[in-house]
Design a protein. Sequence first.
Length: 318
Amino acid sequence: MKSFFILLSFLCLAKLSVSQSDTTAVLDTNTYRFIKTDGGELIGKIMSQDARELYILTSDNRKIYIPQHIIKDMVLVKSSDFNSIGDFIGEDKFATRYFITTNGLPIVKGEHYVQWNLFGPDFQFGLGKNLGVGVMTSWLGTPVIGTIKKSWTIGEKTQFAVGGLLGTGSWVAPEWGGALPFGTLSFGNRSKNLAVSAGYGAIWQDGDLNGRALTSIAGMVKVSTKLSLVFDSFFLLPGKTETVTIYDDEWIIDPSTGQGSLQTVSTTIEIRNPGFSLIIPGVRWHQAEGKAFQFGFSGVITDDGVTPVPMVQWYRSL
């Protein structure tokens, strides 16, 4: 009987030891964003974990268990992800893009997205280190425009990028083409940034080439986990005013004799190349991880006044 009790005690101790080893106490002071398979998320610290579940302390001081199988991703949270009063804001998933223009922040390698516009899609791909390429078009497949951008980090919160757009009228107007090399300097991070850009847009058709300088200032700030404020602009600088003399042959009547004769008449006209501005303030609603809806209250400013133009876009991670 004594041997039986010794054996039973040994088995109990062994089972207790195995049970205790299943749960691992974690000495981790980091804060994480736990993204669930249903699109929801939690912010907190890991207190312990095992193969089945995590035991976490959430940002609102709740202690809860999360089954491992419902955790899609676990992202380390940085201090810059919190606002000045300590509320979690997080990064903007699509921080490299405003409405039209971009900034110096790179698309992360392996992260791709599509921006659906009312006029057509814009696909962007992170292919290499700080290198992104893309293609945009309309629902009719014209024009087709390829894009490329290479970024460099030149300071803790300063980035620089160069890139370009190259397009064609495709099947509708293959004789038409355009190019836009640009450079952009931006300040900030993926939750708050400001960018200044400049470039030169050129269009050619049937051997004729015309170009114009352009500039832009844009910015965004994520004000909550679900909302970002976005501002974009586009300024096409005025071109040179050209003076052109046109010669026409006209039948002129001499009032003194009443006789007519064919004479060459010259007319001098000025051809202006006015600039225009596009101003787009708007909001971006983060619906879920990798999904956002964006609406802009845009207006085109010309010599004739302001023309309102709606700007509606949907972002989706690929």
